[in-house]
Design a protein around this ligand. Structure first.
Ligand code: GLA
Ligand code: ZN
Length: 678
């Protein structure tokens, strides 16, 4: 746990209020009342920190950090590269991004800088070094926050300027050495797209080359590399005079940046969570989405992460923005903690008076000071986190199951033109993950390069690309007793989107020989029965043949491939591999995974069936935690329904907060979280 505390607070932008000293004073007073113990300063402060090129004004920041320190409030200090000041873009327009269509952006908005631009790097480096010098050893500054939501602009996250093209070519040269290798990897003779000079290579563009997935996937890899490299250059600057750890705030299922790459640069994972609560009365899909993202963040470094931003009421950027209903703020905050977050931070502390985010929810509204429902909700979270600190110290979730979620696979499977053009990788992963969520069995979301040791069950839906080494790793995993599940359209191509020939790389493990894939229209939808119930086979229906010894658990019922397997099981070494040939529905996945959990010997922390809308997670004392860790596991029981829930058959537990003994039955209010321990 960071500094022995669960952090509570959020983005604080006092630079917008420097001419209102009474507001600045009130901020500190109300932060104390709201149980705020940590704020993030400086995220977009460049124009105030460096009002003219090379002229720095840090006094206001120093004053704020000191005042916060006096009140016992810690500071996460951001570098301000998220938005560029006008003097910079005026003098150095080349620091702004160029879009895919070749057009250079105009000044303004944010996240508008070229990741390659030497002048951008030089200017931010100079400022970062000074921040490091002045604040890097301050007692209440605890963490560097590099930039903001890297890659988060409104297009593909990339810059397509001449310098970026050059850097891309350099990256390719390093990777492929020769043009022959590159042409082979990208299948260059197709449509005569053979490169004979490195300078012919150009980033993918709607009015240019978009027809080679080898290129598009490599471009995306390069973009992730470039953003990570930019981040590293800022990290070098802030570390010049400071040993503080570093984070940068990630986004939910953010396609443009491979977080498995960027994580290598930073010490602590943090992310910004904005689920669309109250989109419908059934909150489960959003709760699953949020849980999946928390699980992904936790799994990146296999440890606690920070919730860096969330909104205490409503955002302002969706078409319509529902307020959080009573109970939801507490529940969604504890959901993060229940999945391994050691913080609940908000965007933002106080609503600004003008511009784009003036109606974005914040702890303090324009009117009424602390006399608001939102403020009271926040203060309640602060109080509860404070009280929970001891029992959560040194704990984190350690799931025994994992779902493969890999950026490179995501790019490839959605860029490629295959049986369907509307494949949605995240949606597919979420459907599988949801079966775990509903059963209260936790799963990490991990990339293909991660080790599989320690998991009993690994599920790899829509695992189209097998990166080099992956098939062998799965083979060993199953051989050693693991249970592996995968689906249609898996193991089709290698790292550069070249199709495997002759045999499927996991043919022996899965015990099947794939032949064709049907993407039927709705009228041609198929079906299958599994354990006596019929389920739909829709959208993607692979036709495969079982190998000798493979058990066929279910077959298609219609069409020319009636009788071909839909669900198979193969024993391999000590373990088993299951293959699902067709896309089905949640009812099927629920029943299917119930079997898998049983076969893998996985149970939720309470060992009971959960009512719909309720999930549970468990934080256990972390191995190797430096410091006094809690002794017991702590179970979070969360009810995402708008009505009370009752759980029965759970043996004897203790409510970790009020000490009440819970024996056999647990009653839950609507939209609520109970925290149990032994
Ligand atoms: C992101 C940004 C914040 C703010 C919020 C609004 O997460 O990092 O600066 O714009 O969105 O929801
Ligand atoms: Zn560029």
């Amino acid at each position: 746990m960071f500094k022995g505390k669960l952090l509570h607070g959020g983005d604080y932008n006092p630079e917008q209020w420097l001419d209102c000293p009474e507001i600045l004073e009130e901020d500190i007073r109300l932060m104390e009342e709201a149980g705020v113990n940590c704020v993030t300063l400086g995220v977009f402060s460049w124009a105030v920190l460096e009002p003219e090129e090379g002229v720095y004004d840090f006094n206001w920041l120093e004053e704020r950090i000191d005042r916060l320190g006096e009140a016992g409030i810690q500071v996460i200090l951001a570098t301000p590269s998220g938005a560029m000041p006008h003097w910079l873009t005026q003098k150095y327009p080349e620091a702004m991004q160029v879009q895919e269509n070749g057009k250079r952006n105009l000044p303004g908005k944010r996240h508008n800088f070229c990741y390659t631009s030497p002048v951008m790097r030089e200017k931010i480096h100079a400022l970062d070094e000074r921040l490091s010098e002045q604040f890097g050893k301050k007692e209440n500054v605890i963490l560097w926050h590099i930039s903001n939501e890297l890659g988060g602009n409104f297009s593909d996250g990339a810059c397509h300027c001449k310098l970026c093209q050059e850097a891309f070519r350099g990256w390719l040269k390093k990777k492929y050495k020769t043009l022959d290798n590159l042409n082979r990897a990208w299948w260059g003779r197709f449509w005569s797209h053979v490169y004979t000079d490195w300078n012919q290579v150009h980033s993918p563009a709607p009015h240019g080359e978009w027809s080679m997935t080898g290129l598009t996937v490599d471009w995306r890899r390069f973009v992730s590399e470039q953003m990570s490299d930019f981040c590293r250059s800022e990290i070098q600057a802030v570390k010049k005079y400071s040993d503080l750890p570093v984070t940068t705030n990630f986004m939910a299922f953010f396609k443009n940046l491979d977080y498995n790459r960027l994580k290598q640069e930073i010490d602590i994972i943090s992310w910004d969570s904005y689920p669309f609560w109250h989109k419908s009365k059934d909150e489960v899909p959003e709760a699953v989405w949020a849980s999946a993202n928390h699980s992904l963040m936790r799994a990146l470094k296999k440890g606690p992460f920070l919730l860096m931003e969330s909104v205490p009421s409503a955002v302002n950027w969706r078409e319509y923005n529902p307020l959080k209903r009573p109970g939801m703020h507490m529940l969604s905050s504890l959901q993060a903690v229940g999945h391994g977050s050691d913080s609940v931070q908000y965007f933002q502390w106080r609503k600004g008076r003008g511009a784009y985010e003036k109606f974005h929810g914040a702890v303090l509204d324009h009117l009424n000071g602390k006399n608001t429902r939102t403020f009271r909700d926040v203060a309640e979270v602060g109080e509860r986190l404070y009280a929970l600190t001891e029992c959560l110290k040194g704990t984190v979730n350690v799931p025994k199951a994992a779902v493969i979620f890999d950026w490179e696979n995501w790019w490839a499977v959605e860029d490629t033109t295959g049986p369907r053009l509307d494949l949605d990788y995240v949606e597919c992963v979420l459907a599988h993950y949801r079966a775990f969520w509903e059963a209260g069995i936790e799963a990490d979301l991990i990339g293909m390069d991660e080790p599989l040791d320690g998991y009993r069950l690994v599920s790899a839906p829509l695992n189209y690309m097998y990166k080099s080494g992956y098939a062998n790793k799965v083979k060993r995993f199953v051989e050693n007793g693991g249970l592996y599940v995968t689906t249609y359209f898996s193991g089709a191509v290698d790292d550069t989107d070249l199709c495997f020939t002759e045999n499927h790389p996991l043919e022996d493990v899965l015990g099947i020989v794939p032949e064709e894939i049907d993407a039927p229209s709705e009228e041609f939808a198929n079906s299958f029965s599994y354990q006596g119930r019929e389920y739909p086979a829709v959208r993607m229906c692979a036709v495969v043949h079982p190998k000798e010894g493979t058990e066929v658990l279910s077959v298609y019922e219609k069409d020319f491939y009636a009788g071909a397997p839909v669900v198979t099981r193969n024993s391999y070494g000590e373990g088993q591999a299951f293959f699902i040939a067709a896309q089905s529905d949640m009812d099927f996945l629920r029943v299917f995974y119930r079997d898998m959990f049983q076969k893998a010997g996985l149970q939720n922390a309470l060992g009971i069936e959960l009512p719909y809308g309720v999930t549970i997670t468990e934080r256990v004392p972390q191995k190797g935690y430096k410091g006094q860790a809690a002794e017991e596991g702590v179970v979070f029981v969360m009810n995402f329904r708008h009505e009370p829930a009752e759980l029965s058959g759970l043996g004897e537990w203790k409510d970790a907060e009020n000490g009440e003994i819970v024996s056999s039955v647990l009653r839950m209010e609507k939209l609520s979280c109970r925290i149990l321990t032994k």
